[in-house]
Ligand binder design. Structure first.
Ligand SMILES: *Cc1c(COP(=O)(O)O)cnc(C)c1O
Length: 317
């Protein structure tokens, strides 16, 4: 297997991120709940995209790119962090965003304005159109450019979360359960593959917050990432676990998600967001309610960030 160090990587964040026990929530749920603080990953307002961007933007630099494109909804945390990272590395970023969600100068749109990021909205839900627009603009500007997919979720990006699993091992923390949000798939795929390689016995659960076919997307990304790493592993159905927590739709608040946001804020003074981490934590609460966890289990929740969107997204559910 190739080592993670053999891939080009730029330093954008502050790692390792802390693992903390949630004492009050552990007491309420009669098990041991911990949080991996990737909301403190050290760039912008933190979040999971920083780990992916360390690999993706290193690849962009190595390929001589001066301009990076990415996409997502209007309040994409990933797009905002891509702009922040590109600026730090001396590259120009152009965000080609879907006209979906809050386009007003709030939340991540506000942060992009502060950074002077070029944002272009396109009125389509079809990513093929968006990638074609990137090529059109890239050629028009005549700069060497690099396209990062929605959420940074390709095999290279997901190495960021293979690396997070190894970081947990190096922190001496092997959870029985590891729970994350799944929105475009790279985080879940990286953690699931990383757990298989570095955290034997840890079951990874992806709480789906969108309606894409993650039962196919997750193992496909895991296999591609394993191929990049030249890891001799067989990916099977046992290597990843999914649960539908989308509720009324992607980026539309759910009652369960909002209740989870409130519980975390009241009990632990930590802020989740209604689009990703609130719904993911609601999935953890639902599993606890079903008796999935034993009193001696260690259940680790990945706090993947989302603070930017928290100040824009409507929490009425
Ligand atoms: C993007 C994002 C996720 C989902 O991660 P994916 O790798 O896209 O599945 C989770 N939480 C937050 C806050 C995000 O911005």
């Amino acid at each position: 297997m190739r080592s993670l160090e053999s891939f080009p990587r730029v330093s954008l964040g502050v790692f390792p991120t802390p693992v903390q026990k949630l004492e009050n929530i552990s007491r309420l749920l009669h098990t041991n709940v911990y949080v991996k603080r990737d909301d403190l990953s050290g760039l912008g307002l933190g979040g999971n995209k920083v780990r992916k961007l360390e690999f993706l933007l290193a690849d962009a630099k190595e390929k001589g790119a001066e301009l990076v494109f990415t996409t997502g909804g209007a309040q994409s945390n990933h797009a905002m962090l891509t702009a922040a990272a590109a600026g730090k590395l001396g590259m120009k970023a152009i965000l080609i965003l879907k006209k979906r969600g809050v386009t007003a100068c709030k939340g991540n749109q506000l942060l992009e304005k502060l950074m002077g990021t070029e944002v272009r909205f396109v009125d389509t839900d079809d990513y093929a159109d968006i990638y074609a627009e990137m090529d059109r603009v890239g050629k028009e500007l005549g700069l060497p450019y690099y396209k990062i997919p929605c959420g940074g979720s390709n095999a290279l990006g997901s190495l960021g979360y293979v690396s997070c699993a190894r970081e947990l091992r190096d922190q001496g923390f092997r959870p029985d359960y590891l729970i994350c949000a799944e929105g475009s798939g790279g985080t879940m795929a990286g953690l699931s593959l990383g757990a298989k390689l570095f955290l034997p016995g840890t079951k990874v659960f992806g709480m789906m917050v969108d309606t894409d076919p993650f039962d196919r997307i997750t193992p496909a990304l895991m296999r591609e990432a394993a191929a990049l790493l030249e890891a001799e592993v067989q990916i099977t159905e046992e290597d990843f676990h999914l649960r539908d927590m989308c509720g009324p739709g992607y980026a539309i608040a759910s009652r369960e998600g909002n209740a989870a946001v409130s519980l975390m804020a009241e009990q632990e003074g930590l802020f989740l967001d209604p689009v990703y981490t609130g719904k993911a934590f609601a999935g953890l609460l639902a599993m606890a309610g079903e008796g999935a966890f034993k009193p001696e289990d260690k259940v680790l929740f990945l706090h993947s960030g989302g603070a930017g969107g928290l100040f824009a997204v409507d929490m009425n559910a």
